[in-house]
Design a protein around this ligand. Structure first.
Ligand code: DX5
Ligand code: ZN
Length: 236
């Protein structure tokens, strides 16, 4: 069995996680509601500090503001998936846990003590993820994979929405899928950057089960159509 067949055999239900980095900030609350009504499974929340990445986005106060509306019309909570592109990690991670984050991912190269940062996030009741830039090796997973709930593979260099998918990410996703299967724990494999309806299938076949999309969704007139198109491609 090759890795793609293995991933198809064992993947968790697919999750679509729209990144509100590409939302219209003048009406952020309505954008969050609209994308949830359109079928978003998670809200992806990109935190940039103008230090670890060359851009500045939003902080825990905005997370706290959207927390009460992060639910479906039937009041089913929608997880807030915080992607920290910040250095250092621990203090801001704590602030986001208090602001209502459900999952918090950070970049291992942004933390002086990766194992400690993982424990900080878990101790605050959040699920924890590690995020890997396109040129970042996966070797830290040798030591911490069993501690994780999620592995996030960046398929663009972090800092901006609307960039093109970097093809070498597919090989990395296959590598991570093998590591997750070998570990045996239910760990989500999330991919972030340049995901569109026309490449989501290949990304899933490489082993991903969780898909971040910013410009592909918020750039369109009908969010529901885009999310349905993603599912059509994934289930074709
Ligand atoms: C990049 C962010 C991504 C980004 C995705 O630093 O982590 O979440 O907003 O945007 P698109 O889907 O437009 O590439
Ligand atoms: Zn992100």
């Amino acid at each position: 069995m090759n890795s793609s067949q293995a991933s198809q055999a064992s993947h968790a239900p697919y999750v679509i996680a729209p990144s509100i980095l590409s939302a219209d900030f003048t009406r952020l609350g309505q954008e969050v509601k609209d994308v949830i009504d359109a079928g978003a499974n998670w809200i992806h929340f990109d935190v940039m500090d103008n230090h670890y990445v060359p851009n500045l986005s939003f902080g825990p106060m905005i997370c706290e503001a959207i927390k009460p509306i992060a639910k479906t019309a039937n009041l089913v909570p929608i997880p807030i998936d915080v992607h920290l592109m910040v250095q250092p990690v621990d203090n801001l991670a704590s602030s986001f846990a208090k602001a209502g984050a459900n999952l918090i991912s950070f970049h291992p190269d942004a933390s002086a003590h990766v194992h400690r940062s993982i424990q900080v996030i878990k101790s605050l009741g959040c699920q924890v993820g590690l995020a890997f830039n396109p040129a970042e090796p996966l070797s830290v997973l040798d030591w911490v994979i069993e501690e994780l709930d999620l592995i996030l593979i960046m398929s663009v260099n972090p800092g901006f929405g609307g960039q093109s998918f970097i093809p070498s990410a597919l090989k990395k996703i296959e590598d991570v899928r093998q590591r997750i299967n070998a570990c045996g724990k239910a760990i989500r494999l999330e991919v972030d950057g340049g995901i569109k309806a026309d490449n989501v299938r290949a990304i899933a076949e490489a082993g991903a089960d969780t898909f971040v999309a910013g410009s592909a969704i918020f750039g369109q007139a009908n969010y529901k159509e885009v999310i349905q198109d993603f599912h059509r491609q994934l289930n074709a």
